[in-house]
Design a protein around this ligand. Structure first.
Ligand SMILES: Cc1ncc(COP(=O)(O)O)c(C=O)c1O
Length: 400
């Protein structure tokens, strides 16, 4: 038995934060950390953003919850803003990324069912994907470490190697309903799908009557410098799952879809108790107030360049620690030569928080409103941590 009353499912760092302000987190003992993990891309506007705090407080004094038995004006407003800004015509609100994915998967299956082809339910995904921890989304992600011990894998997911178009074409059968991809794999190690590849996926879907589903749970809401990552390529999906950044720290997610793709989602076939609740809607709208402000995303792009260029020079300086820097916007990854867990730990010793990912990468996902000064402090912390890691190897090298 562990010493805590909590499930032992997390390997937690021994840090207890009491409050946050912007990009900074403060521990109970008053020590401060620069937060480039941002709740794994959740705190899109940092901690305690005044507009979000004020909005949440105001809503909390008016109405918390009414259920989806009634109209919720905040839902209509947020849905209209999301559809105005994207390919989508319709929105279903949920509470977590996995739920938004579940809704996306169900929407795709119901689309074919409603067209008289219930046998078309299979969904093709890419290796390295992460779509959540429900039984269906671990099957979609296909990673053995998340599937092991949970009984038979949910039926209907076919996985192909990352970016392998030939394998993907071969995997399409009469039972295929959709292709599901993250335009930029997050947990998989900041691996973007190139624009022309998205174009080819779109063409394959059109050719075979499949639906294209994007998972922008991590890479959406301004992370890459556009509101959604797919907008760099202009290749619109039929369905898209979003979460994380849209709530800025409040649990909020959504499934966006074209009107046609929602044709099977008729009254009664799907639902949620908490999804779209007035508190979440108020915060989601407040996040969009800031992210959609003129010039905000241009600033994300500008700061991305500053961060990426500075990181490239640290990578050059410490080739024994890092191999490369990759990603776009404020969704960057340091591909490591040393084990990424060790690198992340060294960052933490310099009061700098980042997040390990697959492919031996450490992710940097700062709040989108991070300042130039904070970027410089971050790069300095990374440089100092890399120097600590490189020193023993360099000493050994010069002694030999
Ligand atoms: C791309 C992607 N999809 C889905 C999820 C699952 O989201 P949640 O943990 O909110 O269920 C995540 C979470 O990290 C994610 O990064």
């Amino acid at each position: 038995m562990g010493g805590s009353a909590l499930f032992e499912t997390y390997n937690r760092a021994p840090l207890r934060f009491e409050r946050g302000e912007g990009v900074w987190l403060y521990t109970e003992s008053g020590e401060r950390y620069l937060d480039f993990a941002a709740g794994v891309a959740v705190n899109s506007l940092g901690h305690s953003h005044p507009h979000l705090v004020e909005t949440l407080k105001t809503q909390a004094e008016k109405l918390w919850h009414v259920s989806n038995l009634y109209e919720v004006p905040g839902q209509t407003r947020l849905a209209e803003r999301l559809t105005d800004a994207t390919f989508a015509d319709k929105v279903f609100f949920a509470n977590s990324g996995a739920e938004a994915l579940e809704c996306s998967i169900k929407t795709a299956r119901r689309y074919h069912y409603a067209r008289g082809q219930p046998e078309r339910y299979r969904i093709i995904t890419f290796e390295g994907a992460f779509h959540g921890r429900t039984l269906a989304t671990i099957a979609a992600g296909g990673q053995p470490k998340y599937l092991e011990g949970f009984g038979p894998k949910v039926q209907g997911f076919d996985q192909v190697p990352f970016g392998d178009l030939e394998a993907l074409e071969k995997a399409i059968t009469d039972e295929t309903a959709a292709i599901l991809v993250e335009p930029v794999q997050g947990e998989g190690g900041i691996r973007p799908i190139e624009a022309d590849m998205l174009g080819r996926l779109r063409a394959l879907c059109d050719q075979h009557g499949l639906l294209l589903i994007y998972d922008e749970v991590q890479c959406g809401i301004g992370r890459t410098g556009k509101l959604f990552a797919y907008q760099w390529s202009g290749m619109a999906p039929d369905i898209m799952a979003i979460a994380k950044g849209i709530g800025g720290g409040f649990p909020l997610a959504a499934c966006l879809a074209s009107e046609e793709a929602t044709s099977g989602m008729v009254p009664g076939v799907h639902g949620t108790t908490f999804g779209g609740n007035p508190l979440a809607m108020a915060v989601g709208n407040a996040v969009l107030d800031v992210v959609l402000e003129e010039g905000f995303l241009d600033e994300v792009k500008r700061k991305s360049l500053l961060l990426k260029q500075s990181l490239a020079s640290v990578v050059d300086e410490f080739p024994e620690v890092f191999e490369s820097v990759r990603g776009s916007g404020l969704m960057l990854g340091l591909k490591c030569r040393m084990p990424n867990g060790e690198v992340n730990l060294a960052f933490r010793r310099h009061n700098f928080l980042a997040v390990p990912a697959g492919d031996n990468v450490v992710r940097l996902l700062p709040p989108l409103n991070v300042t130039d000064k904070e970027i410089r402090i971050a790069v300095e912390a990374i440089r100092e941590a890399a120097s600590d890691l490189a020193l023993p190897a360099r000493k050994a090298g010069s002694a030999a």
